[in-house]
Design a protein around this ligand. Sequence first.
Ligand code: ADP
Ligand code: ZN
Length: 441
Amino acid sequence: MKPVIDSFIWQPEAETMVPSDRRKLQAVRLRDTVARVSHVPFYKKIFAERKITPDSIRTVDDVRRLPFTTKADLRENYPLGFLAVQKDQVIRYHGSSGTTGKPTFVAYSRNDVVMWSDLVARFLTACGMKPGHTVQISFGYGLFTGGFGLHYGIERLGASVIPVGSGNTAKQMMVMQDMAVDGLICTPSYALKLADTIRDTGLSDGKLNLKFAQLGGEPWTEDMRRAIEERAGFLCFNNYGLSEVLGPGVSGECAYRNGMHIQEDHFIVEVIDPETLEPVPEGEYGELVFTAITKEAFPLIRYRTRDIARLIPGACPCGRTTIRHGRITGRTDDMLIIRGVNVYPSQVEEALLKVEGTTPHYQIELTRPEALDEVTVSVEMSPAIFSDSMTDMLELKKRIHHAIQSVTGLSMDINLVSPQTLERFDGKAKRVTDRRNLNRE
Ligand code: ADP
Ligand code: ZN
């Protein structure tokens, strides 16, 4: 096995630690975390019931005595019920890329931001980024953790950032060329779109300086990696994170690209069966669960990510001793990630129900014909509306489009169908057909 690029290790003392020593460090940090969250009402109550005290935490395996934390728990304690420090200790808030209504907020202390920057610098170093490189961030900077998370990590590493933000492909291309950009940060789907543009404008023939892209924020596949690399000639790396746990920096690939190294000195990872909540046998697929053991402002215990993946045991030739996980192959809930935006089918339903002349019978189809995800929503009209004129149909379509866009933030194609034509379900409805082929590694 050969690395695809020369790369270094950012913090060798932590990243190449003997695993048994790291487990001792994790146990100490877990104990400290239990102490730090002991006054968070949610944990305080459960710790009292289960007689959990910091001193009762002796090994990493004691994590299994602790309660899980879920997205629903965050919502019930909205917005800052899990804050473990005084507000004057917080220097940053982010929100999940929650589309409608309310996001879930997370908070960072000054030390948290320093730690976060280091963890991002780790995976960036692993993919070959060095001081002197110019890096273009094409992630959004909004509540989303991606833009600022990468921004601080790149600066920490000593490379320079161009914070272009998301969208506007023409501007992205201009910056990339004029500023001789070395590295690109965005979602895999946007990287594919840029790669198409690079190929179509004849820039793939060595005319760009772009060498690598660090991609994350949504599921993608090896085929997609190949497609981007073949079109545009820069190397693509995968990194994973979620706002509740940290944001980007939870894990990332090294130059061997054989799974994403989990930053285990900062997170304890478990893989559980989402039904039984018991650990799966080593190397099998299950739901990733993370405990943040160094965060000050918003440390969550056993956060259930709902992301399905497997751990890859064994040493990595890069020298890092941290465990790796494979690509995210699915979700335990019905959340879809469309063009980087989190969407639940129920949101589409909610939007439809607001539009007169539709019925709650609908189907959502996802495709990825070229670079970007496309969504078509088929909606049954009510018999009353159906007999009306063409102009009325177009008008109805527009209203549905608008309703869905205002709830999800996404533009979806609307396909109106006659009454009684869509499939009916006896048991669980299957309303989503995902043809994007993301459930492969
Ligand atoms: P953000 O605000 O960073 O989008 P969210 O918490 O809203 O964070 O979304 C995080 C989710 O995005 C993860 O739980 C996972 O489903 C998905 N995700 C992030 N990075 C990757 C990746 N490299 N591969 C697959 N899925 C990813
Ligand atoms: Zn490695």
